[in-house]
Design a protein around this ligand. Sequence first.
Ligand code: I3S
Length: 128
Amino acid sequence: SSPDSEGCTPELEKAGLLNKTKIAEGGRKLRKNWSPSWVVLVGNSLVFFKDPKSQTPSSWKPGNSRPESSVDLRGAQIHWANELSSKKNVFKLRTVTGNEFLLQSETDSLIKEWYKTIQNVIDRLDRE
Ligand code: I3S
């Protein structure tokens, strides 16, 4: 394990480029607006960065680039949601606060990895 694993800096679990749209805010439906997002799973949060150009291994680090938004995965739910889009490989992430996001990739293996990794974090938090 890394020196930080038991310190105060949460561990980076996964990072990559996904298509993202927010579809609800506090339970209120929003109009879709798909755009590429650099997505970072760190600790209990999924963090979204607007600028896909800053995709260097260090770009997710605090201070290097400002997140567009972030999602607390505690109590969140994840479901495959291909019925919610004409795109393939879509899943829906819903937070306890009623924010809903669709995440998508054209690459089957990639979206499956994200789904599995996020589900694992949610399950771990559910057991705490
Ligand atoms: O579920 P919808 O409303 O058919 O979603 C599509 C629309 O949001 C569309 O934008 P406008 O109708 O606001 O111009 C988007 O361009 C599409 O990408 C949305 O559908 P998909 O099937 O791509 O999720």
